[in-house]
Every structure is written in C-alpha cells, then in structure tokens.
Design a protein around this ligand. Sequence first.
Ligand code: URA
Length: 205
Amino acid sequence: MVSNSQRAWEALREEARVCTRCHLYKCATQTVFGEGGVNARLMLVGEQPGDQEDLAGQPFVGPAGQVLDRALADAGVDRATTYVTNAVKHFKFEQRGKRRIHSKPQGPEIDACRWWIDHERLLIRPPVTVAMGATAARSLLHKVVTISGTRGHRLTLEDGGECWVTIHPSYLLRLRDKADKAREYDRFVEDLRAANRRVAALAAA
Ligand code: URA
C-alpha cells in the first residue's frame, strides 16, 4: 500500500519538475529531485546535479556518485536505505564548446532552492543528515560555514535533526596525490560510518 507520505513526496517531485524559482531551469535539461524511500533515516545532501545527473534525472549517478557508492559500501551503508538529494536541483554550468562545465551555485540559487529541500525534509524527517560539501552545509545551516570548522561536530538543524558535515565526493576526484586521495577517502568513509552509527544510536534510544 502506498503511504500518505509517499503520495505527498510524489506530488512534491511532480511540482519540482516545473520549478522556476530561480533562473537555472532555463538551461538545465530537467529538475533532478531527491531519490530514496520516504522512511529513510539517513539523508545525504550534495551540491547540485552534474552533467550526467542532469541527463539521467537522478542524483549522484556520475563520477561523484560512483565515489559515493563505493564509500557507502565501504562504510557498510546500503544506499537503498538512504535518501540522496541536492541543495540545488538544477545543473548550473558554463558551455565551453561542446562541454558543459560545472559552475558553483551562488547564495541566491541556494536560497531559492531551499524551499524544496525543506519540503523533502518535512516529509522524510530524517534524524541524521550528512551535508556533503560547503554548498549543502550552507543550504541546511542557513549560513556560510567551512568544512574544516564544522566537520566532526554534531550540529542541530531547525527541524531538530542532526547534521554532520563532510567533504563532497568530487573533492576526492580532484586530488592528484595518491596518498592524499587514500587518506581523504578513508576520512570520508569514516564520516559516513559515524553518521550511520548515529542513526542506529537514535533508533535504539
Ligand atoms: N554532485 C552533486 O553534488 N550532486 C550530484 O547529484 C552529482 C554530483
């Protein structure tokens, strides 16, 4: 049986398809809404869809998504039990010849798109959220923060949920030095594992 929350989430996703809250809808292929069960206890928030996500209409299916999938598996977290979404739901890019180059969303775009993530959160009410990267953290915390200043700290969101800040998986793709890459990957896995442990601890409390 389809629950009321599931129905409400589907209606929200439909509404988001025609979102014109900021200008980004004009160039993107489609809205990339969040994905996962409405009963998910762990929400993972990224920045915005990339080129492949924009074409597929699904979050984290491109190179950063592959890193995320591997890290989740190494952390013992089944992605199917999580809800994965982005702070900004349209791909922002610069066209360079045939290539579409990722362009970082700015404050007004993050603020305009917060309406959607707030409504996703209202329906899902995740006790634990992982903000992957500074854009996700800014959207969730309503202020500019640094990863180094917030990582490892339990933060509380306006809706009472816990928020843990970590790096964005695409940061790992940009690291060139093998040792740095391995160390940062391990830290990312540990952040995901720790967040999952919080889910279990809160469920048992
Ligand atoms: N990067 C993001 O932040 N989100 C995606 O969905 C893909 C890449």
